[in-house]
Design a protein around this ligand. Structure first.
Ligand SMILES: C[S@@+](CC[C@H](N)C(=O)[O-])C[C@H]1O[C@@H](n2cnc3c(N)ncnc32)[C@H](O)[C@@H]1O
Length: 227
């Protein structure tokens, strides 16, 4: 039985001031590296100009992992989803400065993007590093990874594609592990097998608070062959 994903926003638009550089980079570079929201399944070869495997990062923040993974894996394409405009500005500035050609971004709610734009079986991987923990119990309904999340995102994975989540909140890690661990089409995978990940800003914040970092990595099972 599939579970309906209850679409309550998993973010608040923070009123963080955008620096002049971030604003200038966003305005100039979003038209270059940004992708518009559509209701049609995305043809990745049209977006990236090649047929390389695509990894989506949900909630890339300032873009550290997005850009570093793109630099380390030039034969992959990275599609970053983020709503926080200063983060987009910062990431776009760095993409241009470092000459990164295999990243595209969208400023949208990831739930809407998965529902509308990501074709089934079209992704090699999905990253969600340090999603907002919403620690208060009454806010747990705002968490990105909650019942229905596997049904929302795993159809987008190719057989053998992976879903990699990291969090520094014990209680959220337990929830993620229960939800993804019980998803019928996901099997636990080691982080080394999917290439690991760079350190991120929110990981550093968690470590400064002596939080344990939990790595939750799963691979989409290949469809069973008929006997
Ligand atoms: C705690 S921060 C982590 C940022 C980064 N991944 C890191 O590890 O430093 C979570 C980020 O996810 C973004 N976010 C939360 N829900 C989102 C959604 N539904 N769609 C897109 N971005 C989202 C927030 O704007 C925020 O920047």
């Amino acid at each position: 039985m599939s579970t309906q994903y209850d679409h309550i926003r998993s973010y608040v638009i923070r009123q963080t001031r955008m620096s002049k550089h971030q604003r200038e980079a966003f305005e100039r570079l979003y038209p270059v590296y940004g992708v518009g929201l559509t209701e049609q399944p995305t043809e990745w070869s049209e977006v990236f100009g090649n047929d390389n495997p695509v990894i989506v990062e949900i909630g890339f923040g300032m873009g550290e992992a997005l850009i570093e993974v793109a630099a380390r894996r030039p034969n992959h394409n990275l599609f970053g989803i983020e709503v926080h405009k200063p983060g987009l500005g910062k990431a776009l500035g760095r993409i241009e400065r470092e000459g990164i050609s295999n990243v595209r971004v969208i400023r949208e709610d990831a739930v809407t993007v998965f529902r509308q734009m990501i074709a089934p079986g079209s992704l090699a991987g999905i990253h969600a590093f340090f999603p907002d923990p919403w620690p208060k119990k009454r806010h747990h309904k705002r968490r990105l990874i909650k019942p229905g999340f596997p049904e929302l995102v795993t159809p987008a994975l190719q057989p053998g594609g992976y879903l990699y989540v990291a969090t520094d909140w014990d209680n959220y890690a337990e929830q993620i592990s229960a939800i993804l661990g019980n998803a019928p089409n996901l099997i636990r995978e080691s982080v080394e097998a999917v290439g690991g990940r760079p350190e991120t800003e929110f990981e550093r914040k968690g470590r400064a608070l002596d939080h344990t970092i939990h790595e939750l990595c799963y691979r989409a099972a290949s469809p069973r062959q008929p006997d």
